[in-house]
Design a protein around this ligand. Structure first.
Ligand code: 0O2
Length: 235
């Protein structure tokens, strides 16, 4: 990108971020309250997954979830998204238009567990699916793989029941490893176009290899489980 475009973009970004910061300062109570509601929604969804993990460990003697990470979108990131989508910069607009202010990432060992956990979550009667994007069956051109769900769940306050949206990203350890490395590349500034193209190609290939590894490891796990079940049947 030409230096002029970069400087122009940075200036636009600064002005928008400044507008956003002004809006937050003028509505600090409402903004903090909304962020607190998102934190509550994350806690609710996190607990749902912890309960499922616990139940599986009792019933099947294994934990489908390796790690759970939660994050609240940063102010910069909220401002950036409103700007990119040309959306109004106010508190109502954040809640109405952004589905990923609250984010929860579920990391599993095996791809099958991703779909099993997603089904278990979605069949709960207080969870409403708003949107599903399956970047495992349809990976992004970058090679990115994960299952994304936008869900709406109720949070119960002193005198009120409020419905909040949360983004749930489900992925394997291998997909997560890949995504964090690729994320680093996106924020690298001092890299030549040639090098950046080379690294992107490498990442696409690594994503393929890593998906094959996930599949083979899952096959091994399934054969081991089958052997166990057959053994038990013979005993
Ligand atoms: P952060 O810091 O996690 O907030 P939308 O406007 O919702 O239609 P959006 O938000 O781009 O479009 O949705 P998408 O692409 O389905 O998923 C967004 C999130 O998924 C990203 O969050 C990343 O966490 C992850 N993600 C999506 N594509 C890629 C990718 O190619 N590489 C990596 N490493 N992660 C990806 P944000 O918004 O980037 O940031």
């Amino acid at each position: 990108m030409a230096i002029f475009d970069e400087v122009k973009n940075q200036l636009v970004k600064d002005v928008i971020t400044e507008d956003f910061m002004k809006m937050v300062q003028q509505n600090i109570m409402s903004f903090n309250r909304l962020m607190a509601y998102y934190r509550c929604a994350m806690m609710e969804v996190e607990t749902k997954f912890k309960v499922l993990n616990e139940q599986f460990s009792i019933q099947y003697d294994r934990n489908p979830i390796e790690t759970i990470k939660t994050r609240l979108k940063s102010m910069d990131s909220i401002a950036g998204k409103l700007r990119r989508k040309n959306l109004p910069v106010n508190i109502e607009s954040i809640e109405k238009n952004l589905n990923d202010v609250a984010g929860i990432r579920i990391i599993c060992s095996f791809p099958e567990d991703i779909y099993m956990l997603s089904d278990c979550l979605l069949q709960q009667d207080d969870v409403t699916l708003i949107e599903k994007r399956d970047y495992i069956k349809n990976p992004k051109p970058s090679g990115y793989r994960s299952l994304h769900l936008i869900v709406e769940i109720p949070i119960f306050l002193e005198n009120e029941k409020r419905f909040m949206r949360t983004e749930v990203q489900l992925r394997t350890i291998a997909m997560d490893f890949w995504a964090s490395l690729e994320h680093k590349l996106r924020y690298k500034k001092n890299i030549s176009d040639e090098e950046s193209e080379y690294l992107s190609r490498e990442l696409i290939e690594c994503a393929e290899i890593s998906a094959q590894l996930d599949q083979r490891m899952e096959n091994i796990r399934n054969r081991m489980t089958k052997a166990d079940t057959n053994g038990e049947a013979k005993d």
